[in-house]
Design a protein around this ligand. Structure first.
Ligand code: SF4
Length: 256
């Protein structure tokens, strides 16, 4: 059965599930969308909470992560930790198009992201956003671990949205209302595996060259692209970034 939702439906569902536990939304979504929905995780604690909840509801739930080719070794190891903790988990590792990566590196260098915000956004497009687009192309809905308190760009997210940046499929953010404290309480109470870099001061998990540990008191996403100023701490996966300057390069790399 195909579940077509429009803005009105999504708005009504967002209101219905606001104030409800995340599991209520997950139960509804897994029942409604079945194999046409998947969880996206970058192995951050929020994604692990969603995964833990969803796996308890349906062990066949689809999960995917994007291996950009620049992930820290710890993230690759953590995928194995999840496979051990959740036997039979349907965890798919999605990779960027090697030809696109080759063209970008040839044109701009492997560490192009250090040179300008445009280059950083270009790299994120090639290594993260394009693989995500390919993955979402076969889905009717996806589930994230986004929370409103993570960053200014996320304060208005709803639990149920129509994702106009990704083919107008449904995007679910079951933890939208939660705080970091809620997340850590759940992890502890449910013995959920935690990515090892959190123990080394990281509060966000991303590519190795673009993510560092934060100092006490710094924002949760302060360790992402810390050398940039006046740039969004987003890669384009969760919101469209209108920065300009990289789109023509991207077209050349994609060959269209
Ligand atoms: Fe490239 Fe850094 Fe973005 Fe990873 S986070 S895709 S290395 S710019």
């Amino acid at each position: 059965m195909t579940v077509w939702l429009d803005e009105l439906d999504a708005g009504e569902l967002a209101i219905r599930f606001e104030g409800e536990e995340p599991q209520a939304l997950l139960e509804w979504a897994l029942e409604e969308f079945g194999y046409r929905i998947a969880i996206s995780t970058a192995f951050q604690v929020d994604g692990s909470v969603v995964l833990d909840m969803a796996f308890a509801i349906d062990p066949d739930v689809r999960v995917f992560t994007i291996d950009t080719g620049r992930l820290p070794e710890e993230s690759l190891d953590f995928a194995d930790t999840l496979r051990e903790r959740y036997p039979g988990i349907n965890l798919e590792v999605v990779q960027p198009d090697p030809e696109h990566v080759r063209r970008m590196v040839e044109a701009k260098g492997r560490d192009l992201f250090r040179e300008s915000v445009e280059n950083r956004l270009l790299c994120c497009q090639v290594r993260k956003v394009q693989p995500l687009l390919r993955q979402l192309d076969g889905l009717e809905a996806w589930i994230t671990g986004l929370r409103r308190d993570q960053w200014a760009t996320r304060t208005n997210i709803r639990k149920v949205e129509i994702d106009h940046d990704h083919g107008a499929i449904v995007k679910l953010n079951p933890l939208a209302e939660w705080t970091a404290r809620d997340v850590w309480t759940y992890l502890k109470e449910n013995d959920v595996p935690i990515h090892p870099l959190y123990a080394r001061g990281f509060t966000s998990i991303g590519c190795a060259p673009c993510t560092r540990a934060v100092e006490p008191g710094e924002d949760e996403r302060a360790g992402r692209w810390w050398w940039e100023s006046n740039a969004p701490k987003e890669c384009g996966m969760h919101c469209s970034i209108e920065h300009g300057g990289f789109e023509h390069e991207l077209k050349a790399i994609l060959g269209k």
